[in-house]
Design a binder for this molecule. Structure first.
Ligand SMILES: *Cc1c(COP(=O)(O)O)cnc(C)c1O
Length: 349
């Protein structure tokens, strides 16, 4: 087998040795898709990094392969995470492969259906709490201090190490460094990880410039934009419904060191982009992922990004993760009689 996952592909950049058992589903190597439609719309060259194509349907797999491999190396028997959904789906699958227990704490009623079904099917011990993600993460931190469970949220540094491979891959696929690198920001691990990856390629002289890190929060959960934690974060984009990001400081560093920005997009803008990416580009991503495209369109409209720039937007998770939002916001099937005349009439033939 030629492709062996992100640990083998980028081994020399990662904290692993021959002794590390590599727990992988051959994550990474996801498509970098050029969009003619978005390029014409924005007068830029726009590529979409489709992380929904990872084994469990989100970029979390890049970090999870390393976090679980290192936990296994250490001899841990159980991992724990708080999750808005995708972390738990990924942790449950990789823990299953590593023959470890997986404990998942989720905010009640705020997890997209696809993600919850994954955690359940992979045999995680799933607990829902009356609280938001930030409170669930606090609980997980305490559990990690008191009990023999390894935390696999992005406060685990191996998660960031694994996720930085996304930056390597973007360059290796594109053969160029994007001018603007757009992505959604929730707990802010991913923007931290991508920036770390780009800087490491820079330090290793693989690249000679760096992208402007351009992050987007949902307007109802935009602590970094506002400059203070948000107590009751709200957004349809549940994957970024986070009021007090764990990697706040490093996200600000990525923004400032790169000359980038972290701004907000409304739920309406997110849904508009979500439909556009699915309906005009043909790529189905989940609502949080569409924040990257919504943000690009907004910053172009505001004149904050010049013409002719090379732009990569990360589509962090697969659209099938959240079928409810698709059905709710998309066009409903129309009921017709089962004959050709009826279909032809509807189509105007
Ligand atoms: C986790 C997640 C995010 C947010 O990433 P952070 O590292 O928490 O900023 C965005 N989109 C999707 C689909 C996610 O699963």
């Amino acid at each position: 087998m030629k492709y062996k996952g992100v640990i083998e592909t980028y081994r020399k950049y990662l904290p692993v040795t021959e002794k590390t058992p590599v727990i992988t589903f051959y994550e990474g190597n996801t498509p970098l898709i050029h969009s003619k439609y978005l390029s014409e719309l924005t007068k830029c060259e726009v590529y979409l990094k489709y992380e929904g194509a990872n084994p469990t349907g989100s970029f979390k797999d890049r970090g999870m392969t390393l976090a679980i491999s290192k936990a296994k190396e250490k001899g841990s028997k159980a991992v724990i995470c708080a999750s808005t959904g995708n972390t738990s789906a990924s942790a449950a699958a990789y823990a299953c492969r590593a023959d470890m227990d997986c404990i998942v704490i989720i905010p009640k009623g705020k997890i997209a259906l696809g993600k919850l079904s994954q955690a359940i099917m992979h045999g995680a011990k799933v607990f829902e709490v009356d609280g938001n993600f930030d409170q669930a993460l606090e609980l997980v931190r305490e559990m990690g201090e008191k009990y023999p469970v390894e935390i696999v949220n992005s406060i685990n540094p191996f998660r960031i190490e694994g996720q930085k491979t996304g930056a390597f891959e973007v360059y290796d696929q594109l053969g160029a460094v994007p001018d603007y690198f757009c992505l959604p920001v929730g707990n802010a691990g991913n923007i931290t990880a991508y920036w770390k990856g780009f800087k490491e390629y820079f330090d290793n002289k693989k690249i000679s410039k760096l992208p402007k890190m351009t992050g987007f929060q949902a307007a109802g959960s935009a602590p970094i934009v506002l400059g203070h934690p948000v107590n009751n974060p709200e957004t349809i984009a549940t994957a970024i419904r986070i009021g007090n990001p764990a990697s706040w400081k490093t996200a600000e560093a990525a923004r400032d060191q790169s000359g980038g920005s972290i701004t907000s997009v409304t739920d309406d803008e997110i849904i508009e982009a979500y439909k556009l990416v699915a309906g005009k580009v043909g790529v189905f991503c989940e609502p949080a992922s569409a924040a990257s495209v919504a943000g690009l369109l907004k910053r172009r409209k505001e004149g904050k990004i010049p013409d002719q720039q090379l732009v990569v937007c990360v589509l962090t998770g697969h659209g099938l993760k959240d079928p409810d939002t698709a059905i709710k916001t998309g066009q409903k099937p129309k009921s017709i009689l089962c004959n050709t005349a009826a279909v032809a009439r509807e189509l105007g033939y």
